[in-house]
Design a protein around this ligand. Structure first.
Ligand code: KG4
Ligand code: ZN
Length: 383
């Protein structure tokens, strides 16, 4: 089965081909440089860029993989949550291709796809606990299979990636700033009293990073010497070189290390709480509260923030402590890509789950419905 994945939910335009769970090729264009001039994604610009880039990326993908459009069995498209105008560009392209070739259509929940991304290179054992930490979401899920997700905890306001990006903006680092905070904090000792680990003083599995974002902005405002005098070139390699002479490197490094620590620890505490609550004790023994689901088989951590070194280390320590395998995508599969959309689409198609050409996009903040048809609505034999 050859599946085309299309990703246009935010500021990455990407297409990928997956065959029998294996990546044949991917073409990805990031718009980050364009948006970094504005300090965040400008939705109107993002949709126009998707529209401009998608056809040529698709052509390049067919050429590099030697696959013909007619060979594509399933078109899998990210249908949300995301920027509505951007999603519509991907959806229209997907539907047009299905009409032209007779391929089947399947819409994919972008958040679920993030969690399945490591499946491209590693077997994901089920049931597993999935932490998705990206620019727009910080969610905890129970995954019973590649097509069965139960939401256990969710972002109430700002996501972990938003806290990274807005903190980076306060320091005058280019959007998306998480990668800069990651690198600039490397090797420095965090001050664990500097920033709060937000929204832990409760009994739930939800996340709220808005307080942390404000705490960093307030700290930087009262220490203006931390702010870079000039925005570095967003396309320059992410390294210490972005700090111009005269900037107190150690002070910036300490702030970044403290932020990396606060976010990683907040993610760890709620993830550990979910492990406790739903049934896996140190050594893999069930605590009897697993609702009959038995023990967790693994911990999956995905989304752009899962590329962060401190988050990866912290989650590795947690998994180790609990005797669980840790499943982490490679850093390039953590951030938005079309390989994960194609891979998820193949799982859905193999389960007989498809969409019709009336598939709708779902904007950020709205729940993605489980509205699959149990049979494909287009068929090569009829059209
Ligand atoms: O999953 P993703 O590519 O897009 C969304 O679905 O939102 O996540 C993007 C987020 C951004 O906030 C970006 O700053 C953050 O992931 N990010 C990182 C790192 N790489 C990307 N945050 C911290 N450390 C990183 N290395
Ligand atoms: Zn994403």
């Amino acid at each position: 089965m050859i599946v085309l994945g299309i990703e246009t939910s935010c500021d990455e335009t990407a297409v990928a081909l997956v065959q029998d769970g294996r990546l044949l090729g991917q073409e990805l264009a990031t718009q980050a440089d364009l948006h970094s001039l504005f300090g965040g994604v400008v939705p109107e610009i993002a949709s126009r860029e998707h529209l401009r880039l998608l056809p040529s990326l698709f052509e390049a993908l067919l050429a590099s993989t030697a696959v013909a459009a007619q060979d594509i069995d399933v078109v899998s498209v990210a249908r949300g949550p995301g920027l509505l105008g951007s999603l519509l560009v991907g959806l229209s392209f997907a539907k047009g291709l299905c009409l032209a070739t007779g391929a089947a259509l399947v819409g994919v929940n972008h958040l679920h796809a993030h969690l399945l991304a490591p499946g491209l290179t590693t077997d994901i054992p089920f049931p597993c606990l999935g932490l998705l930490a990206s620019g727009g979401h910080t969610h905890l899920y129970r995954l019973d299979s590649a097509t069965s997700f139960t939401l256990l905890g969710r972002t109430l306001d700002d996501a972990a990636g938003e806290a990274f990006d807005k903190s980076a903006k306060a320091l005058n680092l280019p959007y998306p700033g998480g990668r800069f905070i990651d690198v600039l904090g490397q090797g420095a000792e965090p001050d664990i009293s500097l920033f709060p680990r937000p929204y832990l003083d409760n009994d739930n599995l939800d996340f709220s990073f808005s307080g942390l974002k404000t705490a960093v902005a307030t700290y930087v405002a009262s220490h203006p010497e931390l702010r870079l005098p000039k925005l570095p070139d967003p396309s320059a390699p992410v390294s210490l070189e972005v700090l111009p002479p005269g900037v107190d490197r150690q002070a910036v490094a300490m702030v970044c290390a403290s932020l990396n620590w606060a976010i990683a620890e907040t993610l760890r505490v709620k993830t550990e709480r979910a492990l406790d609550r739903f049934g896996c004790q140190p050594g893999g023994q069930s605590n009897g509260q697993s609702g009959g689901k038995g023990d967790w088989a693994a911990l999956v951590v995905a989304g752009g923030v899962a590329a962060n070194r401190v988050v990866r280390r912290t989650m590795a320590d947690l998994a180790d402590k609990r005797g669980l395998p840790l499943i982490l995508p490679s850093p390039d599969l953590c951030t938005d890509n079309a390989a994960m959309i194609a891979y998820s689409g193949e799982k859905l198609a193999r389960a007989g789950l498809f969409h019709g050409l009336d598939l709708e996009a779902v904007a950020r903040g709205r729940a993605v419905p489980w509205d699959y048809l149990s049979t494909r609505s287009t068929d090569r034999s009829t059209g």
